[in-house]
Write a protein that binds this ligand. Structure first.
Ligand SMILES: [Zn+2]
Length: 397
């Protein structure tokens, strides 16, 4: 898509003049992010490369290809991440992950900025309009359903590990022509079931920082306690003992995700981080702590890929936020705390791709949208995201 048509699509939501200004702000955000990364991580511009595609297609890679998607929990601003003053909060990404990645500095989310609906949109490639605070499935087929139907994969080959009990229906859409998707593991739900009463683990059970009163009734395709033993090979006692060593819900999610990689080695694994969203509490220090932890956990996941023979060498890792956070200059947003204004800072994010078939150390600043993720995964894994409204990112081949 050329810039003017993308700009028109981006701008269509609001009055022409302010939309034009929003577009300029979004471009400025992408430009500054691009410059931060060129300076600090030594990335080269993708447009300077012959060919331009970050993916090096090859039969050896295609045969056992695996994909892991991590959503960078709850969204963070550049001031606290990629800007020079923020880089100390993401040392692992800056030193280990970014330099070996293809980095997309201009990802726009034009949808509803609630975590469940936005993550569902990332998973379907359509801006979903479902109620963010209801236990309902996505309206359009999910990436997990495309993957399983087109590639004839069993249920054990794709999983979702989700932070919030409100995500229990994200694995399968309401589309009857699809409907066999991913099993969703809700680590907090497991922990509650394994340890009735919490027993001092309240810090691992914090859920849904925006609407603490929302507690959905479960009853989707979620993972049941008895499968802890059968699938993850974890006794309730071991699970409880390990949980006592963890500091946050996202640490619990990563622990579960690593067990899944060891026991089931799924080819499509989706992990949704959420610790950073503690920002809604207004405590800046907790928000920063969440960013630092998420940075470390992303690196741990990458290390888990490298140390697992089922994954090393054939896995492509995607890391991207569901959306950003409000800018300081938007009075209604209180800066880092919320994502309620829909301003460019809350809509203009990034995506990091690394691993199998990916060009290292390349930066792409062409605009893309959140809904382009699923068709891009389809292009890599070989399924058709038939109902997605996004497009495969041209730079992804
Ligand atoms: Zn939030």
């Amino acid at each position: 898509m050329d810039r003017s048509s993308f700009s028109a699509r981006f701008a269509s939501a609001g009055p022409e003049r302010s939309a034009g200004r929003s577009w300029e702000t979004a471009c400025a955000l992408s430009r500054s992010r691009r410059e931060f990364l060129r300076d600090a991580a030594g990335l080269a511009m993708g447009s300077a490369l012959i060919g331009g595609s970050p993916f090096l297609h090859g039969e050896a890679i295609r045969k056992k290809r695996k994909v892991i998607v991590i959503t960078f929990g709850g969204g963070a601003r550049d001031q606290e991440t990629f800007a020079p003053e923020g880089q100390e909060n993401i040392p692992h990404m800056m030193a280990e992950l970014v330099p070996q990645s293809s980095f997309f500095s201009h990802v726009v989310n034009r949808g509803i900025l609630g975590h469940y609906v936005a993550t569902a949109s990332l998973a379907t490639g359509v801006y979903e309009t479902l109620n963010n605070f209801a236990a309902v499935p996505p309206q359009h087929p999910t990436v997990f359903e495309y993957f399983r139907r087109d590639l004839k994969r069993p249920a054990t080959d794709t999983w979702v590990v989700a932070p919030s009990n409100g995500f229990n229906r994200i694995g399968e859409s309401e589309c009857r022509s699809y409907g066999a998707g991913a099993t969703v593991i809700l680590p907090k739900h497991l922990l509650t079931a394994a340890q009735p009463g919490g027993a001092g683990l309240d810090h691992l059970l914090r859920d849904n920082y925006e609407n603490p009163l929302y507690t959905p009734e479960l009853g989707g395709g979620e993972f049941e306690l008895q499968q802890l033993d059968q699938i993850l090979r974890l006794s309730v006692a071991d699970f409880n003992a390990h949980a006592r060593t963890l500091s946050s819900p996202d640490e619990l999610s990563v622990y579960i995700a690593k067990r899944l990689m060891q026991q089931e080695a799924p080819s499509l694994l989706w992990i949704t981080m959420h610790d950073i969203d503690v920002a809604h509490s207004g405590a800046y220090s907790l928000y920063i702590e969440g960013i630092r932890r998420t940075d470390r956990l992303c690196a741990e996941m990458w290390q888990a890929v490298q140390s697992n023979p089922e994954y090393a060498g054939n896995t492509t890792l995607f890391i991207l936020p569901d959306f950003g956070r409000d800018a300081d200059f938007e009075a209604g947003g209180n800066g880092f705390q919320h994502h309620r204004t829909g301003d460019p800072a809350s809509r203009t994010t990034w995506m990091m791709v690394l691993g199998a078939g990916v060009r290292q150390g390349v930066l792409y600043d062409q605009p893309m949208q959140s809904i382009d993720l699923v068709p891009s995964l389809g292009a890599i894994l070989g399924f058709s995201a038939a109902q997605s409204e996004g497009k495969p990112v041209p730079e992804l081949g």
